[in-house]
Design a protein around this ligand. Structure first.
Ligand SMILES: C[S@@+](CC[C@H](N)C(=O)[O-])C[C@H]1O[C@@H](n2cnc3c(N)ncnc32)[C@H](O)[C@@H]1O
Length: 490
């Protein structure tokens, strides 16, 4: 239901905040920029750098904002910059975050204002929506301090909450579909809550200056924050002190992602006024025309797509989620030809170890993963090794950590290891079989000129998932061949 509803409602466009009562005199006309990057509310990226400098921030003189191929805009070097250089520095007042104070100049920033009440109705896991509400407030405020920043934000985002129902279905991967539907459902429900609360506010206390807010504008704001905010330590005593405080950082948020980034964010306390300073420092020498990149985190493609709207090809941190399930494992042994130890009905001693692994009993956490740096979820590997073993004394000689480690050299013997890995390869084959289309068919759709960009992104996501599984099967088959060779050698 949410999928279909979302496809109708969540359209992120420049008109997301449709003024019902006031004219936005601060809003410049919307002219779409040429080039490959997404259009801005008003495309004047170099003005953003000037604004940051004029407000006391520092941007290295050899930096500019420019097109960064398919990544949209990026912060790019106009000359050679030595390693260790300060690239950008933002004083505390240039970090946009939620700050509540009884004597705040803007009453919206006071505890118990309607904005405060709305923020506190958003669950913590959707933290981006909390700061998104503040962003919408600033976007609606005539003469907002933040307008030069907001006007350079993308007008539209590519997260799957903006996909059509058909495009969401084309992701073909249940855990992500679940997350997308959850977010869409939240936005649709939250729209009602916001509208209800706004009915009770007076024009003076209206958090969005009298403008309508709907699921599209909420989705735009949530996406702007999830794709651009950094969660940093807040060093200031007067408001939300602590780790993981989301902040929007002008100019710094023009840096695109790379796992091999050439810069990093550091936080300092200004020795003069003791306020926080957020800086970007070059980790390596930056060559002429090179983009400044930051590592957004070692994330799976699910999170990159959900929060940032892009997918990384051959992402070493990508994985698939499965539910640990005895009957699925039984099916895998049938596919692999391993003589079935009946995973569904383990012996009591095996059951005990599987419980210790958190895969059995009332408090079991049945989600396991395949892929990523570890290749196989340690708990799944240990469970298979144990369930395929017959000698309890032999198993009990090993710690759970040893049983969970793939690098541990066949702890329960070569034939046990071979059977466990063959079962996992079969599990991979079953997983691949469950995708409704094959990679070759996906590639044909990707090449078609009438495929929308969102559909391409959805297909690229599922192609990467399938290639990741194939790659895992190749790696496991290589280990299996080595085991067979060792078995032959006696
Ligand atoms: C913090 S912003 C970076 C600036 C952004 N490119 C822009 O035009 O404003 C993050 C967004 O940049 C894009 N992006 C960043 N790194 C990327 C990458 N490695 N591949 C593709 N897109 C990327 C995505 O659209 C992402 O949501």
């Amino acid at each position: 239901m949410a999928t279909a509803a979302a496809s109708k409602l969540l359209t992120a466009t420049a008109g997301v905040l449709t003024s019902s009562t006031s004219t936005l005199t601060h809003r410049r006309p919307l002219t779409c920029a040429s080039g490959s990057h997404s259009p801005r509310l008003t495309p004047k990226p170099q003005d953003l750098i000037k604004w940051v400098r004029s407000k006391g921030g520092f941007v290295h003189p050899q930096l500019k904002i420019a097109d960064h191929s398919s990544h949209g805009l990026g912060l790019v070097s106009d000359g050679v910059i030595p390693s260790g250089s300060e690239l950008v520095s933002l004083p505390d007042h240039l970090t946009l975050r939620l700050r509540w104070s009884d004597d705040a100049q803007d009453w919206s920033d006071r505890p118990n204002s309607p904005l405060f009440q709305l923020v506190h109705r958003v669950p913590e896991e959707l933290w981006a929506m909390r700061l998104g509400l503040k962003l919408l407030r600033e976007r609606a405020t005539v003469g907002s301090f933040w307008w030069p920043y907001i006007s350079n934000l993308p007008e539209a985002f590519t997260m799957p909450i903006f996909f059509s129902g058909e495009e969401i279905k084309s992701l073909q991967y249940a855990p992500l579909l679940h997350q997308v539907n959850k977010r869409c459902r939240f936005l649709l429900d939250f729209e009602k809550e916001v509208k209800h609360l706004l009915m009770e506010t007076t024009p003076e206390t209206h958090p969005f200056c009298g403008q309508d807010v709907d699921s599209s504008s909420l989705g735009w704001a949530m996406s702007a924050v999830s794709s651009r905010a950094f969660r940093l330590h807040n060093l200031n005593a007067q408001d939300s002190v602590g780790a993981n405080v989301p902040m929007l950082l002008p100019v710094i948020d023009m840096c695109n992602h790379s796992f091999h980034s050439n810069a990093r964010i550091i936080q300092e306390q200004n020795s003069g006024n003791k306020k926080m300073l957020v800086q970007v420092i070059a980790d390596t020498q930056v060559e002429h025309n090179a983009p400044i990149t930051l590592n957004y985190g070692c994330l799976s493609n699910d999170l990159f797509l959900l929060d940032y709207g892009f997918v990384i090809p051959s992402n070493p941190y990508d994985h698939i989620e499965l539910r640990y399930d005895g009957s699925l494992l039984d099916a895998s042994t049938m596919v692999s030809g391993v003589s079935s130890p009946s995973f569904s009905s383990p012996a009591p001693w095996q059951e005990k170890i599987i419980s210790q692994l958190g895969l059995y009993g009332n408090d079991a956490l049945l989600k396991v993963t395949l892929g990523g740096l570890d290749l196989v979820d340690g708990r799944l590997l240990a469970a298979l090794r144990v369930l395929l073993a017959s000698n309890v004394e032999h198993v009990e000689k090993h710690s759970l950590d040893a049983l969970k480690s793939l690098s541990e050299d066949a702890p329960l013997g070569l034939s046990n290891e071979t059977a466990a890995l063959r079962t996992i390869v079969a599990l991979c084959a079953i997983t691949l079989h469950h995708f409704p289309t094959k990679v070759m068919a996906d590639e044909v759709i990707l090449k078609r000129s009438d495929t929308t960009s969102s559909m391409k992104l959805a297909i690229e996501f599922r192609v990467q998932k399938k290639l990741m599984v194939v790659d895992l099967m190749t790696k496991l088959s290589k280990i299996l061949r080595q085991l067979t060779d060792r078995q032959k050698l006696g």
